[in-house]
Design a protein around this ligand. Structure first.
Ligand SMILES: CC(C)(COP(=O)(O)OP(=O)(O)OC[C@H]1O[C@@H](n2cnc3c(N)ncnc32)[C@H](O)[C@@H]1OP(=O)(O)O)[C@@H](O)C(=O)NCCC(=O)NCCS
Length: 251
């Protein structure tokens, strides 16, 4: 029964079931029910909804539980990550990926307007494309299927920033086994110069470092002075090579 599903409040707008499998999260379009143990056909955590109310989303859990068995290793991956965080003696900070220090202060009371950094989900596609349009980006690979493929191949590296459920930033990290790449770093205009891109990129860099990636590349247009300043401030420098590229077309 849906009523048996007791939810723990993680922070404003985010609730989790006691067993940790389901998360209900408020988004700009409504409440989403995220299944940590089931993947969609693209291999990403399955999102159901949006639902108009929290209760409606909770009501959908029992149906989700009686559905087919989990088809992905997402649950195992999360459990392994939590076990390794426990073994190292500190839980990872969800926002920065950094380890907590010795003495911890009680966290401030959530207001629902905090900046959250999280992995991209398929439901984010439209909001991201709107952000990218306003930032002047438009690339092959911006469609939902391509974004899902990128996220599936690069767990923990394809990130967005949200505030009050709205997407306000993005940084798409990727590791090809030799170099790391960061694509589509953008911050909503009214959120710039508050460290949003720095937090996103810092988290991608930390993830790449954990994977053993020795070097990270970004592509910056010559005329994009603000971006050049941003990357320079983060310690990036102009390399000797110019980028050659070719479109391969439909496969
Ligand atoms: C470039 C961009 C992503 C920066 O995002 P942001 O969230 O404002 O960046 P941060 O607040 O983390 O900036 C960190 C530091 O970078 C530097 N910086 C960032 N934007 C800058 C700008 N427009 N001019 C000069 N320096 C800048 C500053 O040193 C800043 O620190 P400060 O604010 O304390 O001075 C944002 O301006 C943007 O979305 N631009 C349009 C899209 C784009 O060009 N993306 C880059 C593609 S390669």
């Amino acid at each position: 029964m849906a009523d048996d599903e007791k939810l723990k409040r993680e922070r404003a707008g985010t609730y989790r079931t006691q067993d940790g499998r389901f998360t209900i999260e408020q988004s700009a379009t409504g409440w989403l029910l995220l299944d940590g143990e089931q993947a969609n056909e693209l291999g990403l955590p399955l999102a159901r909804g949006p639902f108009a109310t929290l209760d409606e989303a909770r009501g959908a859990i029992s149906t989700a539980r009686s559905g087919p068995r989990p088809i992905s290793d997402l649950g195992e991956r999360r459990a392994a990550k939590q076990a390794s965080a426990r073994a190292s003696g500190a839980a990872p900070d969800r926002a920065t990926g950094s380890r907590a220090g010795k003495a911890r202060k009680a966290p401030p009371r959530p207001t629902g307007r905090e900046l959250l950094i999280r992995e991209l989900r398929t439901v984010d596609g439209d909001a991201l494309r709107a952000l990218w349009r306003s930032a002047g980006f438009s690339s092959i690979g911006d469609d939902d299927r391509s974004l899902a493929r990128l996220a599936r191949r690069n767990p923990g590296l394809v990130l967005i920033a949200t505030e009050g459920g709205r997407v306000v930033g993005s940084a798409l990290g990727a590791w090809d086994g030799r170099r790391g790449w960061i694509y589509h770093v953008a911050t909503a205009e009214n959120h710039r110069r508050h460290g949003v891109a720095s937090r996103l990129v810092g988290q991608v860099e930390a993830g790449l470092r954990d994977l053993g990636c020795p070097k990270v590349n970004v592509m910056v247009r010559d005329e994009n002075e603000g971006a050049r300043e941003f990357w320079t401030a983060r310690g990036y420098g102009l390399g000797p090579a110019r980028q050659f590229s070719r479109e391969l077309g439909e496969t």
